[in-house]
Design a protein around this ligand. Structure first.
Ligand code: PEP
Length: 253
């Protein structure tokens, strides 16, 4: 039983006051549910405050990025150990915005993923194709390359704790969602790619879908057999929207 994970990627949004309100509303509207876990990933400066607010609650804390280095002269970077120290359980690695805007290659993503695992964090590895790649029928090839870089470096055993998020780039922040069947096809492919290395780990690995998930399309996606929750951008910034997605998962759990 994999259960659902509903993860909010707040990206570079929020403030002390806005985050306090959002967190208060999420906590007030959420009852601990065995089949669904909630996670929020605020910007770095707010991790300390969120760690205190969320301590002892059913909502987990994660970061949006991490350095591949443990310490040293890397101005502006944040190490996996620091995130662990700030009570993060999860960290997003390889988000398409970082791949595209910050030039993170699959090798760098794999280094970050391995460093996160070594520090005891649970990485959420984002993979996904652009519209052009989909139209050229290269979706699976692109995902294989992104996934294999991590599997080759960190090993399949890392997926005892790691999570994967399939996020078609064309669906992120665009209001355009993959259909449940389109998403399921890719999730199935990802799971079989993991299964080629270890069937038991593949079966237990949570694979989230991300890309314009909202309260009204969440249940259709989560009902698919290989979709184990969502990585939510825009809709994670409003408690009501985020909770509606979580409620959709809970209704299926
Ligand atoms: C994301 O950036 O991870 C994401 C899925 O964003 P949105 O939900 O806004 O499409």
């Amino acid at each position: 039983m994999r259960g659902y994970l509903i993860a909010g990627n707040w990206k570079m949004n929020g403030s002390k006051a806005a985050n306090a309100k959002l967190t208060r509303e999420i906590l007030a509207g959420w009852a601990d549910t065995a089949s669904v876990r909630l996670l929020v990933c605020p910007p770095y400066p707010y991790l300390g405050i969120l760690a205190e607010t969320l301590s002892g609650t059913p909502v987990a804390l994660g970061a949006q990025n991490v350095s591949q280095h443990a310490s040293g002269a890397y101005t502006g970077e944040v190490s996996p150990g620091m995130l662990k120290d700030m009570a993060c359980e999860f960290v997003i690695v390889g988000h398409s915005e970082r791949r595209a805007l910050m030039g993170e290659s699959s090798d760098i993503v794999a280094e970050k993923f391995a460093a996160a695992i070594s520090a005891g964090l649970r990485p959420i590895l984002c993979v996904g194709e652009t519209l052009e790649e989909r139209e050229q029928d290269r979706t699976e090839a692109v995902i294989d390359e992104q996934l294999d870089a991590v599997l080759d470096r960190a090993g399949i055993e890392a997926f005892d704790s790691a999570v994967i998020a399939y996020e078609p780039v064309w669906a992120i922040g665009t209001g355009r969602t993959a259909s449940p069947q389109q998403a399921q096809d890719v999730h199935r492919h990802i799971r079989s790619r993991l299964a080629a290395r270890n069937a038991e780990i593949a079966e237990a690995t949570q694979i989230l879908y991300g890309g314009s998930v909202k309260g009204d399309n969440a249940a259709g996606l989560f009902t698919m057999p290989d979709i184990d929750g969502g990585l939510i951008g825009g809709a994670s910034l409003k408690a009501g929207d985020f909770l509606a997605i979580a409620a959709a998962a809970a209704s299926l759990g």
